[in-house]
Design a protein around this ligand. Structure first.
Ligand code: FES
Length: 162
């Protein structure tokens, strides 16, 4: 890798199919049609996913296309999930795992966390990338696997409870 472009590297093999850009823009428009001011809750994004019959991750990823769309950050623990080119290595699978886990934890009365989609976290050779901010500090999670998300969430949310 070039020292001038530390995050530039050879293309990674594609393991997942990204959502077509026109579909993402269609979903972005659906968000703005329902929420013209761009202020949207997690519940609202998931309701749009149900109405549109798509995974919640697709609607979240579409929200990251438009800086006018904002999601609330309400807890100490935040996961920022790259939904840009990282889609090709499983970012949307990871995002759906975070969303499902958040919903499950809410039902169990456990400490919650926030999820934000972003188009690139500038760590592309380590795709799929998530960055967390919690009581333990800010940490990058390169090449994150959906199977590992439960344990990571548990550890970071436990730290927030301490
Ligand atoms: S596209 Fe995901 S880190 Fe750059």
């Amino acid at each position: 890798m070039s020292p001038l472009l530390p995050n530039a590297g050879p293309p990674l093999p594609q393991t997942h199919t990204p959502v077509n850009p026109p579909e993402l823009f269609r979903l972005r428009n659906a968000i703005l049609a329902a929420h013209p001011d761009g202020k949207v809750s997690h519940e609202a994004l998931q309701a749009i996913a149900k109405t549109e019959n798509v995974p919640a991750s697709h609607v979240y990823a579409s929200s990251a296309l438009d800086p006018n769309i904002t999601l609330p950050i309400e807890t100490e623990t935040l996961f920022v999930v790259c939904t840009g080119a990282c889609q090709a290595q499983g970012a949307l699978e990871n995002l759906d795992a975070f969303i499902a886990l958040c919903n499950t934890r809410e039902g169990q009365g456990k400490k919650l966390f926030d999820v934000l989609p972003r188009n690139c976290l500038d760590m592309c050779p380590h795709s799929p990338v998530t960055i967390s901010r919690s009581a333990l500090g800010q940490v990058a999670h390169p090449k994150l696997k959906a199977a590992d998300i439960g344990e990571i969430v548990e550890q970071l949310c436990d730290a927030a409870e301490a």
